[in-house]
Design a protein around this ligand. Structure first.
Ligand SMILES: Nc1ncnc2c1ncn2[C@@H]1O[C@H](COP(=O)(O)OP(=O)(O)OP(=O)(O)O)[C@@H](O)[C@H]1O
Ligand SMILES: [Mg+2]
Length: 313
């Protein structure tokens, strides 16, 4: 058996750091190679290689799903979720529809397809965001709208800019949480909820995770893990996270973003390939809160594919 990390052709700093950190752990478990995702990948792969995908590709190419699909087609073992999960979760409106059909709460919302809205626009306040982006792309200060008219106008502008369907959702003003789940099948570990607190941001800066807040205000954003939640809300948050993992048929690791409205949790989006940057990503922060380290996390994620691996705790 050999591990193969698949990475983007030219990963940016945080991604390069993730590749190195994951590779360092894998090398302690077994032989490890790092390959770029390009046309030579399939020729270089051997039948018993276990692939760890760390390539997310560019906007709209849905590469993370495609790499899983290729591995499924080739019959190679791979770490992380199947193609089904990635394709569902990469589209926030599809995720919402799926979760709603299983009675998992998500904020009321609709989609602008460039011509019309597929259903009624909810009551303001509203948030307007592209349906299939990550890292806060398209979530800006103008995303928060206090009237239906403003939301329609913003949706049209964002459609022009991003050339993709735009979601309009009820803006939930409550606590922001993200929950990591690791494991597989019925053997899941739900990590302690991480609260992202925007109350310390300078006046005038939006109190949600816009692209600008992610990029410029990380040091003034408060990360609290475990989040302060009463037992009832906490149990509900954990239950929703676990059900979301099962409904989306995820494997090995997943992160579910939520917001509270009063004390009811709602799923905002599901990250099927959440960040594993040891310095900045959320899941490593949650693992720290249970007094485990990065090595433990990666080994835990490997457990399904490498059954013989010893992981304590
Ligand atoms: N319905 C909502 N109510 C309140 N805030 C919201 C809502 N939808 C999005 N947000 C805010 O916008 C942020 C970014 O939205 P979302 O998570 O959908 O985008 P993303 O760019 O895909 O994020 P990620 O980087 O986690 O992939 C959320 O973290 C949250 O702060
Ligand atoms: Mg998010």
């Amino acid at each position: 058996m050999r591990f193969v990390i698949v990475k983007d052709l030219s990963p940016e700093t945080a991604k390069a750091r993730t590749v190195k950190a994951v590779a360092d752990v894998l090398k302690r478990v077994g032989k490890t190679e790092i390959f770029n995702f390009d046309t030579s990948l399939i020729e270089k792969l051997k039948k018993d290689d276990v692939v760890f995908n760390l390539a997310i590709g560019k906007r709209h190419d849905f590469l993370q799903g495609t790499i899983s699909a290729i591995m499924e087609g080739l019959g190679n073992e791979f770490i992380g979720s199947p193609a089904y999960t990635h394709y569902i979760c990469l589209d926030k409106f599809t995720t919402k529809s799926l979760l709603n059909s299983y009675s998992i709460p998500t904020p009321a919302g609709t989609l602008f397809d460039g011509r019309s809205f597929v259903s009624d626009i909810p009551e303001p306040p509203l948030i307007v965001k592209p349906v299939a982006e990550g890292s806060g792309i398209g979530v800006d200060s103008d995303s928060l709208c206090d009237s239906v008219e403003a939301a329609k106008k913003t949706a049209m502008e964002k459609f022009e800019k991003f050339k993709e369907p735009i979601m309009i959702e009820k803006y939930l003003n409550g606590t922001e949480l993200t929950i990591g789940i690791i494991g597989f099948g019925s053997d899941l570990k739900v990590l302690p909820p991480l609260e992202i607190d925007f109350s310390n941001l300078p006046q005038g800066v939006e109190k949600f995770y816009s692209q600008m807040v992610k990029e410029k205000y990380a040091s003034q954003t408060i990360y609290r893990c475990p989040a302060f939640l009463n037992e009832k809300v906490r149990n509900e948050v954990l239950d929703i996270a676990k059900k979301t993992f099962e409904i989306t048929r995820a494997r090995d690791y997943l992160r579910v973003d939520m917001r509270l409205d009063e004390s009811q949790p709602y799923v905002i989006e599901v990250n099927s390939m959440p960040g594993l940057d040891p310095e900045n990503s959320d899941i490593p922060k949650m693992v720290e809160a249970i007094s485990r380290d990065y090595e433990w996390l990666i080994r835990y994620i490997l457990r399904r594919a490498v059954r013989s691996l010893e992981v304590r705790g």
